[in-house]
Write a protein that binds this ligand. Structure first.
Ligand code: SF4
Length: 332
């Protein structure tokens, strides 16, 4: 049996090319090597969208469509919905006794995210948001996931999960599997405006489902070297987002793009047009596959139901073991 991995996304928006290059392409590869579970983390999405449940609900299907469109294969990957696995919520309650408030407050990932949510939380963060590493530990352990692919910034969350597992096992007996983080080489993809982060709220994202017109409009207004006015001005591709995206979508020509830009032998409009064609080449088959599933909602429902049923079976088994270890196995 291959090792089991758990990954997932919060359904707070359609997925963009940051997700594509950052994690989705890797997942498509991993599903051939590992037993893959993919969680649509709607409960976790509510920790900072509790006042906007429609947003979370509406994006659940969008995220699944994005998965299927890039090649996540439901025969190889189990796609499931977090809120439909009540054992995760139950485990979260049990684990909350094993972690202190101070430890959660010290978690670097949580600290950074709380700082970014000042507008929502003001001076005092909610119990649910502060505790999301605990619910993440429940996600991971509910499915006996052995490996968790993460970016460097997520490592403290996995460490926190490992601590919870060790504490649980030391108190109640060897029950849970301690997961390992697998550092994915995935880099964060910058926005069209040059911002380090790509995101809906920043208005700088290129979505997997964008139409040809949207791709053209967005690339045409991407940030380029501001000092280049005429075609023969010597350019600096290092400060140009068009050059940056050529490296992603037009790898084989990226070197030439940069050399011609530096030598003043490339016009920005032509350079953008070339990039637009390359992006279209990559995204058209993805959009076509999305359309196939959009036109067959019952097929998407079936993928969801089958995946969630399979995941729930595993979570129920874990819960049985956990309750036995905690002496909560009444009337069995
Ligand atoms: Fe950017 Fe291309 Fe213009 Fe150079 S020629 S500044 S790489 S758009």
């Amino acid at each position: 049996m291959n090792k089991r991995i758990l990954t997932g996304d919060r359904p707070t928006g359609k997925l963009h090319i940051g997700h594509y290059f950052g994690s989705l392409k890797n997942r498509v590869k991993l599903q051939n090597e590992y037993e893959t579970y993919i969680e649509i983390a709607d409960v976790q999405a509510l920790t900072d969208n509790f006042n906007n449940p429609e947003k979370v609900r509406n994006n659940v299907r969008e995220v699944v469509l994005d998965y299927l469109s890039v090649g996540i294969d439901p025969k190889k990957s189990t796609i499931f919905l977090q809120s439909m696995i009540p054992e995760i919520a139950e485990l979260t309650v049990f684990y909350s006794n094993l972690v202190t408030i101070a430890r959660l407050q010290r978690n670097p990932t949580v600290k950074t995210e709380i700082a970014q949510k000042k507008e929502l939380f003001g001076e005092s963060v909610t119990y649910g948001f502060l505790g999301y590493p605990v619910s993440q530990a429940a996600d991971i352990t509910a499915f006996n996931a052995e490996l968790i692919p993460v970016g460097e910034d997520q490592l403290p969350l996995i460490e926190q999960c490992r601590e919870i597992v060790r504490k649980f096992n030391s108190i109640y007996g060897e029950t849970l599997l301690e997961p390992e983080a697998v550092l994915s080489n995935n880099k964060r993809i910058k926005g069209l405006d040059g911002n380090e982060k790509m995101g809906k709220s920043l208005g700088n994202a290129l979505y997997l489902s964008d139409s040809d017109e949207e791709i053209t409009k967005k690339v045409m207004s991407a940030v380029t070297d501001p000092n280049r006015i005429k075609k023969d001005d010597l350019g600096n591709p290092n400060i140009c987002m068009v050059a940056y995206y050529h490296a992603l979508f037009n790898k084989e020509n990226h070197k030439t793009v940069c050399e011609e830009c530096k030598a003043g032998k490339r016009g920005c409009v032509a350079c953008k047009r070339e990039l637009i064609e390359k992006i279209k080449e990559e995204l058209t088959p993805i959009r076509e596959k999305r359309k196939y599933y959009e036109d067959r909602p019952e097929l998407v429902d079936e993928i969801f139901v089958t995946g969630t049923e399979k995941a729930r079976k595993v979570a129920k088994e874990t819960m049985k073991k956990v309750k036995k270890a905690m002496k909560l196995d009444y009337f069995e």
